[in-house]
Design a protein around this ligand. Sequence first.
Ligand code: LIP
Length: 275
Amino acid sequence: MPLNGLTKKVIKLAVTAGKMMLKTVPVISKFKGTKENYTTKTDEMIQEFLKKKLLSILSESSFMGEENCEYCKSSLMWIVDPIDGTVNYTHGLPMSVVSIALVKDGEIILGVVHNPYLKETFHAERAKGAYLNKKPIHVSNISRKDSLVSTAWCTYNKKLAYLSFRISERLHTECTDIRRFGTAAYEMCLLAKGSIDMYFEMLLSPWDYAAASLIIKEAGGCSSSLDGPLNIFDQCSVLAANNKENLDYLRNVVIEELKDIRPQGSIWGGQDARK
Ligand code: LIP
């Protein structure tokens, strides 16, 4: 099946999942280690819906989702975050997205991120450009000193928050300003459309960044982990920028501010999310 036929089906599923998000009252179903990290019944419902539909589209595929990180070896795998921005969702903040990526032999070939509040659907197929609501998008050409940086502060692991604030202080001083939206996938899509210019977050999982990292790449941007290219199965720190110069700047700031704790497990990458 040509990917574009598949892409249309996946976009339709993401939009349907977004409608489920908006019409369901959030109810927390379980906590995942800290009071800030939880799942809602809507996360679980959307994940089950998407898993059933996506596996039926590609019967030979496997599925990795935030709400049950099962993994089985297959050359084709879906990586899904049913609600990226769960805390925004439970607080009624209109900033949560559905993120769906398709990986073939370890390489992302399709990414779809849908924001139901704004009716925005970002998508990219490998080597075919990036789009917002079917219109081509491209990263900005803004310089470091004029850039907006989106980031986060280790909400799910607050003993590391001080490091994030150190990095944010450097970026706030040396760039224009910081923005925090509470959804990695959407923040990375904002970079792809040229609304923000750099992005950094520690301790992300594949479902947070998989789809959006392809959308950034196809929009002319770049992303990496702290130690090199993003390994799609890693829980790691994710950096992204509108160009290589800004990505290198961002990496240098982060490494300088983290120098007294390196190496530190998944902050640096290399922690396989499939375990
Ligand atoms: C969220 C990320 C966000 C991060 C939050 C959380 P979730 O994903 O997208 O960027 O700061 O801590 O990890 O848990 O809402 O799917």
